[in-house]
Design a protein around this ligand. Structure first.
Ligand code: ZN
Length: 251
């Protein structure tokens, strides 16, 4: 028996607008209660529609969604802006950085799958991004915490095989760090990060997000992505770099 339609009030971040028919648009939202969803908005393409200014990408909004299990696209009934983050739209680097976060979330959670802790993390990272701009450390901190809230907390403090604290590698099959000698014996692929690199990642796991941006993590994003891809069995997008990643430096 199909379940009854629900009226769900939830916070959401606007990812993007997809033009649809005539005056109608579809919006991709990441919501606190329903996860990543698509909603239909009638009248959203009329120039004077109140929806247009409310549903700008990067806005944090409060919504009322009319939801049916049987529908792929839900209906948006109400929306009001909670936080606009104009700084994210006026800076090209911040826009690119926010778009990369969206790309990662699309890969990390399937549509219609609630992930409230990931949602809360995204809002907190958005705040940092709007306030301080992008940094590689903020992205590394996001990924470390995203893995944790999704149930894959990377264990970095000691070798997952022998318990040695002198760790230098990451192994997806072990869900964390390995020492050099266990890494040599590993059957599955391992990622070299170095003792210092792993110490930095460990430190970043405990650093509040508001201070993460100033940590030094140069060169750690790629090995971390490779490790997390192995742990979660997916492929995560790299910074789209016509010239450079959104935090500057070499591509
Ligand atoms: Zn070991």
């Amino acid at each position: 028996m199909p379940s009854l339609p629900q009226r769900v009030r939830t916070r959401a971040v606007v990812f993007r607008r997809i033009p649809y028919q005539e005056a109608t648009a579809i919006y991709e939202l990441f919501t606190y209660r329903l996860g990543r969803i698509k909603v239909l908005v009638r009248g959203a393409r009329r120039p004077k529609s109140r929806w247009v200014s409310t549903l700008e990408p990067f806005h944090v909004i409060e919504t009322v969604v009319h939801r049916r299990d049987t529908r792929e696209i839900q209906t948006l009934q109400e929306a009001r802006i909670l936080q606009a983050y104009p700084a994210l739209r006026t800076s090209y680097d911040r826009q690119r950085a926010a778009a990369l976060l969206f790309d990662w979330i699309r890969h990390l959670v399937p549509e219609d799958t609630p992930a409230p802790r990931l949602y809360t993390l995204l809002e907190r990272v958005f705040h940092q991004l709007a306030t301080h701009g992008p940094s590689e450390a903020l992205f590394v901190a996001f990924l470390l915490r995203a893995a944790e809230v999704l149930g894959y907390p990377p264990r970095l403090d000691r070798c997952r095989r022998c318990g040695d604290r002198r760790v230098a590698y990451l192994a997806a099959t072990e869900g964390g760090a390995l020492c050099s000698s266990c890494a040599r014996q590993a059957q599955a692929p391992v990622v070299f990060v170095g003792t210092q690199g792993l110490a930095r990642l460990q430190k970043l796991q405990k650093t509040p997000l508001s201070q993460a941006g100033s940590e030094s993590v140069s060169g750690l994003l790629d090995p971390l992505l490779e490790f997390l891809e192995g742990v979660m069995d997916l492929r995560l997008p790299r910074p789209r770099a016509p010239q450079s990643p959104p935090w500057g430096g070499t591509p």
